[in-house]
Design a protein around this ligand. Structure first.
Ligand SMILES: Nc1ncnc2c1ncn2[C@@H]1O[C@H](COP(=O)(O)OP(=O)(O)OP(=O)(O)O)[C@@H](O)[C@H]1O
Length: 365
């Protein structure tokens, strides 16, 4: 026999936060509850790691569970205290209006292709745009912009070293690929990769920008955490193919951004490789990776579908030749990226009007 979630929640509802008439359940301090047989465990989340109420509240939780659920319940040692310390006052990128994370659950779904083309399409729409390639496992932005040989200069501003971003097609960019041999990038794990991202953000001479897009590695990693701890991210875009295995990973990405302690709004999903139309059969659509997978996921999760981009030879060629397809505004693909950019701008505007600015997050345990 196992206790129910309700039994435990009811017992914890009787624990009031000192000095307040609210209980720890209403204050959303109890998370990740796990009940297995007699074993009960959960996270008790505080705003600060030095909150003086940590010990008394932990004790009160144990007492109430033993008293109101079962005196034999195994609760001692199973409450994990966590602290979410939200730091105000963003001091980096003060002149950048919107910081957009571009993420994907699975690798190879076209995240860098979408980031590069979106950056170009936003620039074509008259916006000041920056692009940071933080994809440590495959920094492909330099190749997609034909800028593999660029080596951004170090300049001094007010006595501080600054990295001058490389500029191409109206987009200012920095990539991990500018600083390491792409063939060796995979050895840049953990702290080194996180430091590289921090440096590109904090030391880049970005100036005034309407948007900076940050092309993240696939999956969820320390780099994602570094990002939300370094700057207040306005919102995230999740790129996926319509295939089930890719969608399952996209959900993990959505949950990470929307999760407690991160709270970065999802601006929308982009379905890439949505279908294929052969040149000789222009009216046929072949749904190679399945049909409308992202569209359905967006409906399910209540988030925007920003666009569906088909598999097009010129998109792949543009990536390989260093000239993103979005440069060609009159082509069908150019128009698709222009539409994606305008949907993104609308989603950002909507987000900025309806929600408070994101706060930079510092997580401590
Ligand atoms: N819509 C598309 N049509 C044709 N080719 C595409 C399309 N999207 C991406 N590609 C191609 O698929 C390959 C993978 O794309 P890309 O490098 O953008 O993926 P990614 O998700 O960023 O990968 P990574 O796992 O390295 O982060 C590239 O060769 C790219 O040109």
């Amino acid at each position: 026999m196992s206790y129910t979630n309700k039994q435990v929640t009811d017992a914890l509802k009787l624990v009031k936060f000192p000095g307040s008439d609210q209980d720890i359940i209403s204050l959303d301090m109890v998370r990740n509850m796990k009940i297995e047989g007699k074993k009960i465990g959960f996270d008790l989340v505080f705003q600060k790691s030095d909150d003086p109420n940590i010990i008394p509240l932990k004790k009160a939780c144990v007492t109430n569970i033993l008293r109101f659920v079962d005196k034999d319940a195994e609760i001692k040692g199973n409450i994990k205290v966590k602290a979410v310390h939200i730091v105000e006052a963003p001091s980096v990128l003060p002149n950048v209006t919107n910081i957009i994370a571009v993420a994907s659950g699975k690798g190879g779904v076209g995240k860098s292709t979408i980031s590069s083309n979106l950056a170009v399409a936003l620039a074509k729409a008259g916006k000041k745009v920056g692009l940071i390639d933080a994809d440590i496992y495959g920094p492909s932005v330099p190749k997609m912009f034909g800028s593999e040989d660029a080596s951004p200069k170090l300049i001094q501003i007010d006595g501080k070293d600054r990295i001058e971003p490389h500029e191409r097609y109206g987009v200012k960019m920095l990539s991990i690929g500018f600083f390491v041999d792409p063939a060796q990038a995979t050895v840049w794990r953990g702290p080194m990769a996180s430091n590289a991202l921090k440096q590109m953000i904090e030391e880049g001479n970005w100036g005034e920008l309407d948007f900076v897009l940050i092309d993240l590695p696939p999956g969820t990693s320390d780099i994602h955490l570094t990002l939300v701890q370094t700057v207040p991210v306005t919102g995230a875009i999740v790129v996926s193919t319509p295939q089930d295995v890719a969608l399952a990973d996209a959900v993990k990405g959505i949950n990470m951004f929307e999760g407690p302690g991160v709270n970065v709004p999802i601006l929308g999903l982009v379905e890439n490789m949505a279908w294929f139309t052969p040149a000789e059969l222009p009216n046929n659509k072949y749904y190679i990776f399945g049909k409308d997978g992202c569209k359905k996921l967006a409906e399910e999760k209540g988030v925007n579908l920003l666009g569906q981009i088909p598999i097009v030879q010129s998109i792949r060629e543009g990536g390989d030749n260093g000239a993103p397809a979005a440069l060609n505004e009159d082509s069908v693909t150019g128009m698709a990226f222009a539409d994606l950019a305008s949907k993104l701008m609308a989603a950002v505007e909507d987000r900025n009007q309806s929600q408070d600015p994101t706060k930079k997050v510092e997580m401590t345990r």
